[in-house]
Design a protein around this ligand. Sequence first.
Ligand SMILES: C[S@@+](CC[C@H](N)C(=O)[O-])C[C@H]1O[C@@H](n2cnc3c(N)ncnc32)[C@H](O)[C@@H]1O
Length: 427
Amino acid sequence: MESNFQSALFQNYKERDRKLNVYSNFSYKYLVNFSQTKELPIHRWFYYQEGYSPKLVKNILKHLGLLTKKKILVFDPFAGSGTTLLTSKQLGFKASGFEINPFSAFMIRVKTRNYSEEDLKQYSNFKIPEYKKMKDSYSKYDLSIIKKLFDEQKLEKIEILKEAIGKVSNEKVKDLLVATLLSILESVSYYRKAGNGLKRKRVHKDLDPFIEFQKKREEILLDLIAKTSNNAEPLIINDSCLNLGKYDINEIDISIFSPPYANCFDPFEVYKIELWIGEFINGYADLKGKRKNALTSNLNANLNKEFNSEHRTDLLEQILRVLSKKVLWDKRIVKMLDTYFYDMYIVLNEIFNKTKEKGYCVIVVGNSSYGNITVPTDIILAEIGEKIGFKTKEIIVGRTNEASSQQHAKLGSFKYYVRESIVILQK
Ligand SMILES: C[S@@+](CC[C@H](N)C(=O)[O-])C[C@H]1O[C@@H](n2cnc3c(N)ncnc32)[C@H](O)[C@@H]1O
């Protein structure tokens, strides 16, 4: 039996759906995730579970009549694997973006660069060294699970590759080789990325780092040789997009992005292998600092920000009130959600200021559930956008979670709001 509070809340969701022009278009179903992207040239180099499809970016541009425009600036404040930036570059558009994770920012840079024939020749000619036994390669890393990730010989081979790559003088080629190595780490390790963390593989294929490196290099070469365009490289900033105001990015025509969802997944957790082996961070204290600068979408982020209630819409107030009366699996969840929407208010405000009149802000986002209540992030972000001055053009529901798991059964009518949507705002 749903309480009166809950049914009042549900009625409010339905009313917002009507007001905000929410409708379904399930042709987006497989575009809001990475499933189709993993086969595509360049995008496929590194599997990125939080990514969406380049086709989503193209479809949105087409839907809004921008695909045939000559010069537009596309912006992505949460660039991830760089789907928006790479697709925009391939379409010949100017593109800029932020990404807080230094490993991800590095991968986007490598994927969106232009390479000369000479660069590719040097890349192809890089010689994989002979294997030699090393002295305690584990001791170099203070990563607690390093011994569980790789057996000694595998880590030694990784180290041998790293050392040889370090001697390459052409920086672009060096980065491409580093990216090649980082892209095979998960497959040669005993662990896999799974949801919110790294989990031991149930079936472990004993893959050799030298052979996997060579295979990955062939894939990368194939993609780069086939690529014909040498369009302008996007600007990629490895900083928090909450600092957008400090940067000289202006006159944005359209932002297309997916922020971390408010689902308590820490976006750094699954990239620990690449962050450590790639030496993008100097240990746990450094990681902690980076987590605190990221968007507050999980319990490792900064939950101690001070702010007033400027960002809160009536609906958000109501949800926070209802949730604060419940016993949730962690006492900090209500604070996390409030901070999440505060951070998004700051980001949307910055984007609004930097967007051209009539320009668009397109947010791809999934809703999350706590205490048998679904938090309609799509609706709340549209309402926050309106507070700032955007108008909601529409919210396209691309995917609903129809699974009848126990968890979803408990959600009752809120089950319908377990969905991933494309929120289209216009200045
Ligand atoms: C859902 S993913 C984006 C995926 C992307 N659309 C793609 O297709 O690859 C969100 C990204 O936001 C990044 N992020 C989190 N907080 C950030 C912040 N404050 N500034 C910039 N990036 C941030 C995370 O590291 C993560 O890569």
